[in-house]
Design a protein around this ligand. Structure first.
Ligand SMILES: Cc1cc2nc3c(=O)[nH]c(=O)nc-3n(C[C@H](O)[C@H](O)[C@H](O)COP(=O)(O)OP(=O)(O)OC[C@H]3O[C@@H](n4cnc5c(N)ncnc54)[C@H](O)[C@@H]3O)c2cc1C
Length: 271
């Protein structure tokens, strides 16, 4: 089985995130890290292959961790390798900077199609959202670019390699849905069911030295004019820090916090 897991390198959500003059998020800082929700995607991908050990004489499974991003994004791949991914692919090209979700999916689609030509890909797994852009658009757009079925926001995934099908469970506010599709497929998983494993120390050490395949747009046959700021249909025009909430109350715990909190709740009609 061959599984591709899409991961993004993002500014840590606890860190101060700032925007450049051109409206793009400042990236490459020391706080940048693997998108937390992609750890769940990695875990889901690893469990998929662990659930179906290769039969005698069959090729070993391949879990490919894939990212589109600047040089610093290699750290997200190394985290994926440390967790147990077997191959790392980095699409790195300055022309990609500023790509919106559709343009990003175009590049990811070209990368997956290239990998699929080399050796068939059965499942692509993505996280439910990247914690910087938060559009959740990429998985569906990627499926559209590839022309593959998509099953999004799954919290359970069962692949039947022999029947070449996948069945997932999706919890919505109205129902518990069971959905099936044929392979190859694009999935996104929620943060509910795939608690990410902690990489072993040996895994972290091995990941530091593991090879990373770097591809640019030319290698993928992607026209630079169709990605980046120029190739994107959306543009961040203006960003401004969110104003402080006028009714913000700061309680310093000098022993009176409980009383202050009770007063505040009473004031607000909660008590
Ligand atoms: C504040 C802000 C607002 C934005 N608003 C918009 C907008 O409204 N519309 C728009 O088109 N773009 C928007 N963008 C740009 C968008 O963030 C990027 O295009 C981004 O690459 C993809 O979208 P996302 O971050 O929302 O990813 P999502 O669609 O939320 O990501 C879902 C999953 O897709 C995979 N994935 C996403 N990006 C990558 C990547 N680079 N490499 C590998 N896997 C990846 C991951 O598995 C991730 O969990 C915004 C960016 C910022 C910073």
């Amino acid at each position: 089985m061959r599984v591709v897991v899409c991961v993004k390198h993002v500014p840590d959500i606890q860190s101060e995130r700032t925007f450049r003059e051109d409206g793009l998020l400042r990236r490459g800082g020391d706080d940048d890290t693997l998108n937390e929700l992609d750890e769940d995607a990695l875990e889901a991908g690893l469990r998929l292959v662990e659930a179906h050990p290769p039969a005698h004489g069959e090729d070993p499974h391949d879990v490919v961790v894939l990212t589109v991003g600047p040089a610093s994004a290699v750290e997200a791949l190394r985290r994926g390798l440390a967790m147990g991914a077997t191959t790392a692919v980095h699409v790195r090209d300055d022309a990609v900077a500023g790509s919106d979700a559709i343009a990003t999916a175009r590049v990811l689609g070209a990368a997956v199609a290239t990998l699929h030509e080399e050796a068939p890909v059965d499942v692509v797994v993505a996280g439910m959202a990247a914690l910087d852009g938060l559009t959740s658009l990429v998985p569906a757009a990627l499926a559209a670019v590839l022309g593959w079925p998509q099953l999004t926001l799954a919290d359970r995934v069962d692949v039947d390699p022999a029947a070449r099908t996948v069945v997932v469970r999706r919890e919505t506010s109205a129902a518990t849905e069971t959905l099936r599709a044929a392979l190859p497929v694009v999935l996104s998983v929620t943060d509910q069911a795939f608690r990410a494993r902690f990489p072993a120390f040996t895994g972290i050490l091995a990941a530091r030295k593991a090879p990373v395949r770097v591809l640019d747009l030319a290698a993928l046959g992607v026209d630079p004019a169709t990605v980046g700021l120029d190739g994107s249909t959306t543009r961040v025009l203006h960003t401004a820090p969110r104003p402080e909430r006028p009714d913000r109350v700061v309680v310093t715990d000098d022993g009176s916090a409980a009383v202050a909190l009770a007063d505040y709740l009473a004031q607000k009609g909660f008590a």
